[in-house]
Ligand binder design. Structure first.
Ligand code: BEZ
Length: 211
């Protein structure tokens, strides 16, 4: 059955480049990004993993643990990591799961038989500290994902979790946000004593909360 936003992220145990993990214990109250790529030693994947390694300080700042997943063997990951460092300028600095028996890929619907029967598509899940799926994206093998966009969505998700605000089209960190409809004007007056702009009763704009 497909995993949907709001579902609990399936638990699993796995061998990774940083040791054996039990996923739910590993999350341990943090946010997490779990993403699959089709295969080791392939060009698009090499660029994605190098860029994600470069972004590690940004994920750390947001309290997000990143995990890659490949259906290749653990012993292949080391050699590929050297290639990633050589060509992308940054070595792998987060765990890469070796899902040789594809059991995790199957649990997370990362294998799409009509695309390829054996390799994973480019799936990505953002998982909250409550272990619920907050974002799910899927790209074909030939298109590298935009990990700056992943950070942007995490910023939006974390603002929603902390402040009950939503983010408008093409929002970027620092720009105005939307007070969610579930917050009444009475409650909003306490949260935003400096006020907000009402464009419509359901469209109330406020500067991005800073904390
Ligand atoms: C890649 O990562 O470069 C790739 C993998 C499978 C098919 C096409 C591209």
């Amino acid at each position: 059955m497909a995993i949907l936003i709001g579902d609990t992220a399936p638990d699993f145990e796995a061998d990774t480049t940083e040791g054996h993990i039990h996923f739910h214990d590993y999350i341990d109250g943090s946010w997490a990004v779990l993403f699959s790529h089709p295969k080791n030693f392939t060009p698009v994947c090499t660029t994605e993993l190098g860029y994600t390694a470069k972004l590690k300080p940004e994920f750390d700042k947001r309290g997000v643990k990143v995990l890659g997943l490949s259906v290749d063997e653990l012993k292949n990951h080391g050699g590929w990591s050297k290639d990633i460092e050589e060509t992308q300028g940054t070595a792998l600095n987060f765990p890469l799961i070796a899902d040789e028996d594809r059991s995790i890929a199957v649990k997370y619907d990362m294998i799409h038989p009509n695309a390829d029967n054996t390799l994973t598509v480019r799936s990505l899940f953002v998982i909250g500290p409550d272990k619920k799926v907050k974002l799910k994206i899927e790209y074909p093998a030939s298109t590298g994902r935009n990990f700056d966009e992943v950070l942007r969505v995490i910023d939006s998700l974390q603002l929603t979790a902390r402040h009950q605000v939503a983010t408008p089209v093409n929002w970027k960190n620092g720009e105005d946000v939307i007070i969610v409809p579930a917050v009444t004007d009475d409650v909003a007056r306490t949260k935003y004593p400096e006020g907000w702009t009402t464009l419509k009763p359901y469209l109330r704009i406020v500067p991005q909360p800073r904390t």
